[in-house]
Design a protein around this ligand. Structure first.
Ligand code: GLN
Length: 493
């Protein structure tokens, strides 16, 4: 009997449909894996009964001869930024401790409607702010990967570090992520899995705890490109409850997957050759270019002249929006309330927010409040918005010459926990390749390309035109087929 936890989403779906195994066996196998992996700290809440109930529904539907739903029998992990009805939801912050939503986010509801079950709620950087999962109030997630002969714990990437860890350690065949400036793509790259951030507006943000509303997008993280396509089809779709949701039908991305890139042009942006980039990343990037050429694509060099301003603009816009979004956590409406003896309302706000938010969240609220303040608004916020427009225009022009762009996902492989924590700027620099596509609202994906000298995964990023998830997925598939990436972390947990 094969270990069912070695299977991905497509294999589970097909196996359940064809009667090779029962959905209940799949759920039990993954529940057991989750229960045995506490050392990774990937799960904040475990919901084995949710996974079993969805599995039983799939088995019953099959026994009754019904057509199975697209994710029937597939258990997944849910990033704890998605509100789940009746299941504690904290965004990994103390300020939401004890909050049990009376409603379900649209993305999670879409997944349940498609037949998926939930293994649990996944740890993350607090309010999705971070690149290493070290800002969680409930402890670091530990990457399942290690350097050879070295037990130093490595970062699983962030903010979707619980999601990347759960999928790469085989605790879940897929997991939801959210991506504001790279939080799906960078953790996918650090852990040797695939993840796609769709075009802004493809997935509803309703019921997803807001960080920076003009940037936040949900997306899938899974073992391969096909599994991402399957999961994204279930997650995406118009939602009247989100004013920025796109009123478009969801394409059949899986059915249209093709690794034949004949007639396609792949752009290589010269500004992404940043100073100090490790030679291994350069080499992998060149390898990726060769793979896409081999798949039939023509390679063109393109220019994205405002790339160097993307990171500073992002770290103004995202905190500005966060400072506004996080104003709602005041001790009145959700979770934590710190009401000192004899205190007034203002004191309660201050005490609650001082006790409830972590350092990184406070840093962002301070920066955001500063750049939005009367004296500095034009100097920072307005300037950043202008830069954002220029960056979007750079991409528009580049896409007159090509269909997709190929870049590295991150400027390094996974770093050790603690290595960058004391230096926020060093941490922010890790987002240098992912942030521009976020500012422009473009679909972008990371697929594993190879290993570095320490045997750690490196990812390649594909950025597409607005709404061209298909082009992104297809280029991802072409890389996947040529990279032959099969490395998995050795279980030590
Ligand atoms: N690392 C980036 C940040 O800290 C991106 C986070 C995200 O995409 N949620 O803002």
């Amino acid at each position: 009997m094969t270990d069912l936890t070695t299977l991905g989403i497509a294999a589970i779906r097909d196996g359940v449909r064809d009667g090779q195994f029962k959905a209940r066996e799949v759920a039990e196998a993954f529940n057991a894996k989750v229960a045995g992996a506490d050392a990774l700290n990937a799960f904040l809440v475990k919901t084995p009964e949710h996974a079993l109930a969805a599995a039983d529904a799939a088995d019953a539907a099959r026994a009754a001869g019904e057509t199975l739903k697209p994710l029937a029998g597939v258990p997944i992990g849910m990033k704890d930024l998605f509100a789940t009805k009746g299941v504690a939801t904290t965004a990994a912050s103390k300020i939401l401790e004890g909050f049990v939503p009376p409603y379900e986010s649209t993305v999670s509801q879409n997944l349940w409607n498609a037949g998926a079950g939930m293994l649990g709620k996944l740890n993350l950087d607090q309010f999705a702010m971070g690149s290493s999962n070290e800002t969680s109030a409930f402890g670091n997630v530990i990457s399942p990967w290690r350097r050879p002969n070295d037990t130093a714990p490595l970062a699983p990437g962030g903010s979707s570090g619980g999601s990347s860890t759960a999928v790469s350690a085989g605790l879940a065949p897929g997991a939801t992520g959210t991506d504001t400036g790279g939080s799906i793509r960078q953790p996918a790259a650090f852990t040797g899995i695939s993840g796609i951030k769709p075009t802004y507006g493809r997935c509803s943000r309703w019921g997803t705890i807001a960080f920076a509303s003009s940037l936040d997008q949900a997306g899938p993280m899974a073992r391969d490109v096909r599994d991402c396509a399957i999961m994204l089809e279930a997650m995406a779709g118009f939602d009247a409850k989100d004013a920025t949701s796109l009123k478009l039908d969801v394409p059949t991305w899986e059915a249209a997957l093709s690794a034949d890139l004949k007639g396609k042009r792949v752009g290589v942006p010269k500004e992404y050759r940043v100073d100090g980039m490790p030679a291994e990343i350069e080499t992998l990037w060149q390898q990726g270019i060769d793979w896409l050429r081999d798949a039939g694509a023509e390679i063109v060099e393109v220019s994205l002249p405002h790339t160097k301003y993307a990171l500073p603009a992002y770290y103004i816009i995202a905190p500005a929006e966060a400072s506004s979004n996080l104003a709602r956590y005041d001790g009145v409406r959700y979770g934590l309330r710190d009401l000192p003896e004899g205190a007034g309302l203002q004191d309660m706000y201050a005490a609650t927010r001082a006790a409830g938010f972590g350092d990184e969240v406070k840093r962002r609220i301070l920066i955001g409040t500063y750049v939005l303040s009367a004296g500095f608004y034009d100097a920072y916020y307005t300037q950043a918005q202008k830069v954002r427009t220029l960056i979007a225009r750079d991409f528009e022009r580049a896409f007159e010459q090509c269909d997709v762009l190929l870049t590295p996902t991150a400027p390094s492989a996974a770093f050790a926990l603690g290595e960058k924590q004391a230096d926020p700027l060093a941490m922010y620099l890790n987002d240098v390749f992912t942030v521009p596509a976020s500012l422009a609202g473009l679909p972008a994906m990371s697929v594993p390309g190879g290993l570095d000298k320490d045997g750690l995964p490196l990812g390649l990023q594909i950025i597409g035109k607005p709404l061209d998830e298909q082009g992104v997925l297809n280029a991802g598939l072409a890389i996947e087929q040529r990279a032959g990436f099969t490395a998995r972390p050795q279980a030590w947990w």
